[in-house]
Write a protein of this length. Structure first.
Length: 442
């Protein structure tokens, strides 16, 4: 509005209807967009919750499947071990073949379950500082019998005991490298296998350690290298046992560990399987060397008859365990749960227990209740459960743990140690102490 020279005023008007309508439409569009975003966010949140529930359900299913599927294999191995002690040499050969078939089925089942767990996200790494020299030394020692059986050399290249370390999950790393070593020995007919570690540094200065497993085996054609990580893939002209699942499993574990696998091979000359891991800070402390136990125990101590409590909710497993223990000369007592086991707590020398029992009961809780009656009762946990949580829990209780199906020799060794420890005080009683045990001869 403005004033004119001759008096009066002039007023001008601008039509902003369009602008107002545009602003109103914009506000409406923004409101609709916010509503759609909120609705979509709610849908995605619901989908994520459903996915998390489905993943948790699948993980629980696989855990239950691991237990239920391995139970009959566990019982079968115990039955065959008991049978092998009571047949002639010819029948022992047949029993040995049956045991080999059971072991092959076990390996297949474990590999399939492990792959399923990894794919379902049911495996969470527990990284910790790990000194590589003692870790790899123990791994190599475990494969020496396999190498010697094929008349192959197997050695660990010289490594510093300290200063070579990574931050990784020891159990998963061991599984991965075991597959490398098993394949190297399986596909090598002459020569041997060497395990070593090399330091490497990236362009950005990041330090890496490359763990190498080098063999003089059949080698892999260049156009086949990628395919060896597929399921049920076996290469080479040699007769080799195996399921073709190990490298597929290793690749999944490597992704979980933020590691990288590298393969270099020449047909007819051999292969190098390498695992790249970020180097640690060099401060991981190597555990002290484990003293070698004197395994020489007098025969009369090894043959001592023990009362052994077997706690498992699977009747076949209890029956098989009882048969095996009877064949070893012991006196077994079977129980399906803690309520059946407790009345025998004061009379037994050792207990073999499963972890997963009926009605939510677990074997380690049963061991605690038994030890409340008989402190320091020797216990072995034989379970299809896996993971650092259960091994750490068992170790904290002083309970020896083994995976199902267990090698029967491990039960025999455990009971031999129990018998020896039980009887040794009688050889050199303390002053004023009786040379006989309060428990009496069983």
């Amino acid at each position: 509005m403005g004033r004119c020279r001759g008096g009066g005023y002039v007023t001008s008007f601008t039509d902003i209807t369009g602008e107002a309508n545009a602003r109103a439409e914009l506000r409406q569009a923004l409101a609709q967009l916010e509503s759609r975003v909120s609705a979509r966010t709610a849908e995605l949140s619901q989908a994520n919750r459903q996915l998390a529930r489905a993943t948790a359900d699948k993980t629980r299913f696989l855990a239950a499947a691991s237990h239920d599927l391995l139970q009959p294999l566990h019982a079968a191995r115990l039955f065959t071990a008991a049978l092998a002690r009571d047949v002639d040499d010819h029948a022992k050969l047949l029993v040995g073949r049956v045991d080999s078939a059971i072991t092959a089925a076990e390996d297949l089942l474990r590999a399939l379950l492990d792959i399923s767990k990894l794919d379902a996200g049911g495996v969470t790494p527990s990284p910790e500082p790990l000194a590589l020299q003692p870790f790899l030394a123990g791994l190599v020692d475990g494969f020496r019998p396999m190498a010697e059986g094929k008349r192959l050399t197997l050695r660990l290249a010289p490594l510093a005991r300290e200063g070579l370390d990574v931050v990784s999950d020891g159990g998963l790393l061991r599984s991965l490298l075991q597959n490398f070593l098993a394949n190297a020995l399986r596909y090598t007919e002459r020569g041997g296998v060497v395990v070593g570690v090399r330091r490497r540094r990236a362009e950005d200065g990041t330090g890496w350690l490359r763990i190498d497993v080098v063999d003089t085996g059949v080698g892999i054609p260049a156009d086949k290298v990628d395919s060896i990580f597929g399921e049920f893939t076996r290469l080479g002209d040699v007769e080799a046992e195996g399921l073709g699942l190990g490298l597929s499993l290793s690749e999944r574990i490597a992704r979980l560990l933020d590691a990288r696998i590298e393969v270099s091979s020449r047909p007819g000359r051999g292969s190098r399987f390498s695992l790249w891991l970020a180097a640690g800070d060099g401060t991981a402390v190597a555990p002290p060397p484990v003293p070698v136990e004197d395994d020489i125990v007098a025969p009369d101590l090894r043959q001592r008859r023990l009362r052994v409590l077997v706690v498992d909710d699977d009747a076949r497993t209890v029956e098989a365990s009882v048969a095996l223990l009877l064949s070893m000369g012991h006196r077994p007592i079977g129980a399906a749960n803690g309520a059946e086991a407790l009345p025998h707590a004061a009379q037994v020398d050792a207990v073999l227990v499963d972890y997963r029992l009926d009605h939510g009961e677990d074997g380690l809780s049963v061991v605690k209740r038994l030890r409340a009656i008989q402190p320091d009762l020797p216990a072995m946990l034989i379970t299809a459960e896996s993971g650092a949580w259960i091994s750490d829990l068992a170790a904290s209780m002083g309970v020896e743990m083994h995976a199902k199906p267990i090698a029967p020799e491990m039960i025999e060794r455990f009971l031999s140690q129990v018998g020896a420890a039980w009887s040794l005080p009688a050889l050199a009683p303390a002053a004023g102490a009786s040379a006989s045990s309060s428990m009496g001869e069983v």
